[in-house]
Design a protein. Sequence first.
Length: 243
Amino acid sequence: MKHIIKFLALTFVILSLGGCFAIQRGDEFKHIAPGIWRGIFVFGDDSLAEKVPVNFEVVSKEKGGDIQLEFINGKTRLKADSLRFWGDTLYVYFDGTKKYMRLIYEPGVVEGYLYDSEKKDYPVEFYARHGHKQRFLDLRLKPKFDINGVWAMDILDESEDIIPARLELIVEKNKVFASLKTAKDSVATDLEGTIQNDKLLLSAFTGNKVLLIKADLRDSLTMGRGSIRYNGKELVCSARKVK
């Protein structure tokens, strides 16, 4: 009887350790539901917190096999370079950046933070729910102006210098696909969002940056009361349609 008890105890320990060290294999993935998720990055506290919505998809390559996590930015996708599981914790890494995500996961829910391994930025709270495809709240308010085209944007940085940028917009009913390139960027960043009446909202997650653009449309050629968030920084911006 004692030998049986010892054998069962040893078996339990081995199975427990095996579950802790599972990396991209086996039944651990059943806790991360495949499909579209809606995630929220939270900047600030309580009622003053600003919430930046994003969407990502968990793609199951094969039953019981590897998965891929892909953040959706307009018509492009950012694929996680590496996923690591440790018990109920998921680590998400992105190629070419010092940032990573540490998430506690349950069926249909993840919560955690976006960290900077160099500690240049504060951790950013993040949570997500499975099955929520809507990025921003769609009130189905008809766009007041036609904003399709290219916009010249001016961004006022912290030293009050102007950063010129190019913002290209494509509207499909209330959905907006955007491409933003500043004088400091080597490549353009794709964003996705909505236009409701005269309000424009766009967001993206690039692995290195959380982006949020908000602006009011004064008319078909002018954006006013605009702001753009780069991670923890929020800068004032304005734009004028050029073609």
